[in-house]
Design a protein around this ligand. Sequence first.
Ligand code: BGC
Length: 819
Amino acid sequence: MEKRYISAARTDAVTEREAENREVSYRAALEGIVLLKNDGALPVKPGKIALYGAGATRTVKGGTGSGEVNERSVISIKEGLELAGYEIVSRRWLDDYEKEYESKYSDWLHMRGVKESLIDNMANPFQPPAGRFVIETDADEADCDTAIYVVARQAGEGSDKKLERGEFNLTGLERSSIERIAKSFKNSVLVINSGSYMDIGDLDEKVSAVIYYCQQGMEGGHAFADILSGAVSPSGKLTDSWARCYEDVPNGENYSYLSGDTSKEFYNEGIFVGYRYFDTFNVAPRYPFGFGLSYTEFETVFRGIEYRSGEFAAALTVKNTGSVSGREVAQVYAYLPEGTLVKEKKRLVGFAKTKTLNPGEEQTLNISFTPDYLASYCESRAEKLLEAGKYIIAAGNSSASAIPAAVIELDETVAVYKLKNICTPQKSIKEIMPPEGKNATVPSEGLQTLSLKAEDIKTVKADYYTLKPAFDAKVEKMLDEMSVRDMTEMCVGAGLGGMTETDGIYAPGTVGRTTMRFASKGVPNVNLSDGPAGLRLLKCSALTKNGKQKFKDGNFMMSSMVRLPKAIQKLLSAKDGDEVLYQFTTSFPVGTALAQSWNTELMEEVGRAISREMTEYGITYWLAPAMNIHRNPLCGRNFEYLSEDPVLTGKIAAGLCRGVESISGNYAVIKHFACNNVEDNRTHSDSILTERTLREIYLRGFEIAVREAQPGGVMTSYNLLNGTYTPDSRDLCTAVLRNEWGFTGLVMTDWFSTAPGQGNAAGAIVAGNDLMMPGQGTDKLSILIGVMRGDVSRSELRICAGRVLQAVLNAKALEITDR
Ligand code: BGC
């Protein structure tokens, strides 16, 4: 391709778009902070405040690895507080902390001789030190009423967190420092700055307030200050149940490295993940799913439920009965009847967030859901069934507070989907069983009863035989003219594009691109960039006179690259005189924090903001949202993922996808499909689970996102699923995704997941995994040999190539002209 499209800006001035997106990030952070305890200490107006803990000045804005974002600047909690008018009076402790941080960071940096590979570095992120003990003298010197202690944790791709002090547990130093502030100050606030929950022991009983800050992106410090001061009332809700201690996590003892064998991951807890376990097995969590406090009070009145046009519609009125304004999340759960299938006690079926309600103001919310939200999967019949009996609909503002409000009574068992068995386990799985009669105590007398006949519910039979990809005439014609070799090239992406290749549509810092081979025929490459906390590109980079991409001033693609050997860094870095390019993207709260807003409209807004940046910098595929289920709190990538619950996961992801794809030709890529729930040994770990658990918990979020938002892309995962690498699973990539759910977009691999010893590209084509990323010579060879041997048919290859071609030709980035 002769013409070079460079999308990067040439100046580092703040654009209108950057300022607007920063504001969206701020609002997302505001709604993602969760207040867990408040004995009246909060809000606290600007004044003197003592601030301690690792996350005070070095607030962790997001996790590490591909999910990082290289934004212009980040507001820490301390900066946010100061800018809001608080006077920080714990200077001495904070100064000491800075010294310790610098020295520990420098040690970590120089340990690179031990861990040299990029992957190893990525798997060993810098863990902020805790700082020194907070002692009595610190408290005396502070001379104020309120102290805040911010515990911080970092985690990232490639390794799971350890069940150790300093990771999932607090260290002795953190504990005693928090106890000290609880004793010495009138008001003590514990803030948790970690992408996933941790064990805080009994400290929540000792301090006056607990805030789950999570990791809130570039504007988190501002949002925190506004929540603390009461300028805005907190409205975030947990997307996970917090176990009291690790021993309470179902099947926790067998998770990842704890089982002693990371090559097999048995999902023995079955469908009993998160609150489904706590509720059903009568184990009290520390904080329940859906929980979060406000500075005001709300009263929720259930108005009734109807069934029309194949949908249940519940109406609820939420009234602000307190004295300040705020927002509430109305959550609707369904208690499920006992039947042939063993079920969880109850599950979330829908939710909605109010607008900001002033004191005395009310709003009626309509929450709808289709019958499949009540269904359970029966493996022997391969059907999603609604068993006859009573479904008790409950409403409230957390899974624990939901109050039974109506009954749906079904006369006979009915199938909502007639499917086929998929991903059959190769090993036997011993799932845990709940106690008998778990729903006996749910009262239903006197509630509105909606009687439903089985015949009122539509049964859909999946069609696994007629799959007709709809390509344009132009695509069909090009496919007709393509050789097997050409089609193979189309299905194999190009390297870490933004790092090296500067021809075609080029944006520094992308992680991949499609082939350039057909550029002269009007099919240029398109670019792919990570998420999920924003768009990961290079903030500042350089282009040499002979067209080589270079790093500039230590601005790397990911933080772990600072540990690359100096000689390599030098080789990859610009010299004076090279042309400098800038791309300022926005870092948003991490996935979990976004989901804690429980606000699907806000998610659309975040998606739209990201999409504007994609258009500006010529990015076609955003490799997000990431939506694996929070199965265990030690998973290294929980921060990127959304929730323990598939309905919340699916709806939050659908909102983000709708936002991204509101600009036609920009695509969201939901990932990692499916069951990438451990990070240790992730490329050789076999997720072993029953089909029912797979369908009800691990595929369900993806199903909702696909049915609601039809994203342009799906990324398969690194792991095996019941013995098959996911890119090679036709059950996943075709039967479930396309035949059952009607997905029409592109399926791509996770990075290098068809490398030798893992999945294989020929198998992926047969399965319907269209694009190998970032693409290797071995992938091409595998496909070509596959065709030669007759393992891959020409028509299978044609369909995959057609999907890539069609997506490229529809890409928004093709409209970009040389800048
Ligand atoms: C991650 C993906 C990511 C890809 C590209 C992989 O290591 O698992 O989530 O999109 O890298 O950066």
